[in-house]
Design a protein around this ligand. Structure first.
Ligand SMILES: C[S@@+](CC[C@H](N)C(=O)[O-])C[C@H]1O[C@@H](n2cnc3c(N)ncnc32)[C@H](O)[C@@H]1O
Length: 213
């Protein structure tokens, strides 16, 4: 089964332990580091039905997201109490309401002319959700479609030899490899996760600010 089908199956089977009940604390603490103007547009790749989107909207920004699973996007609109206008654009289905535009489909079908002007990228559980090969393709694609918009990038670091599945460990050298050509990297936080993953595997939350160089 390919990666995309695995994700669709996870949503169908409600294997969505990655979905947060509360707004991400790193988003709240560090979002201002992006220094965005009022009413900016924030891109949330691989957005699931993240509650972080409601926080970004509440700051007065517009949000554009992309997500493979229609289940996730329909639930997100329902939870936000928004009614979507639904249309199709090539391989993508577009859910739109006020300041929120979500594309249902594969991020690799989303191109610069479709996504429009992006002022910042918020990557939480997107990069780390992808295999090593896909991360190379993903990071290049993010640079292309957003024209190197600044990013708040949340990663995990742990010993990949002890667990080889999502969320993957993405260490500093790899972030540098993916983004060093276009961005200056600034480490905002590296904090041990209490108890590690599942109380067993030591792991850290790492927060990067990527500014166009
Ligand atoms: C680990 S989840 C994180 C979701 C969200 N960012 C959050 O913080 O809750 C990764 C999400 O990426 C979606 N996904 C995986 N590959 C994708 C792709 N190629 N294009 C669009 N979405 C994808 C999955 O369906 C899943 O909802």
């Amino acid at each position: 089964m390919n990666e995309n089908n695995l994700w669709l199956e996870r949503w169908e089977n409600r294997e969505i332990g990655f979905n947060q009940e509360e707004v991400n604390a790193y988003l709240i603490n560090y979002f201002q580091e992006l220094n965005l103007a009022e009413k900016s547009t924030v891109f949330v790749p691989l957005c699931g039905k993240s509650i972080d989107i409601s926080w970004l909207l509440a700051q007065g920004h517009a949000v554009v997201g992309v997500e493979l699973s229609q289940i996730a996007v329909e639930e997100l609109f329902q939870e936000l109490g928004l009614k979507a206008n639904i249309s199709t654009l090539n391989e993508l289905t577009v859910y739109q309401s006020k300041n929120l535009t979500l594309f249902v489909g594969d991020i690799f079908h989303l191109h610069a002319d479709i996504i429009g002007k992006i002022d910042a990228v918020y990557d939480r559980a997107a990069m780390v959700a992808l295999t090593k090969e896909l991360r190379v393709k993903y990071s290049k694609h993010i640079c292309q479609i957003t024209h190197n918009a600044p990013q708040l990038l949340l990663c995990f670091e742990y010993d990949q030899a002890l667990m080889n599945r999502t969320p993957y460990s993405v260490e500093e050298a790899e972030v540098q490899n993916h983004y060093g050509e276009h961005y200056t990297l600034q480490l905002l936080a590296r904090e041990a996760i209490e108890g590690g993953f599942k109380g067993k595997l030591p792991a850290s939350d790492v927060v990067w600010l990527l500014k166009s160089s």
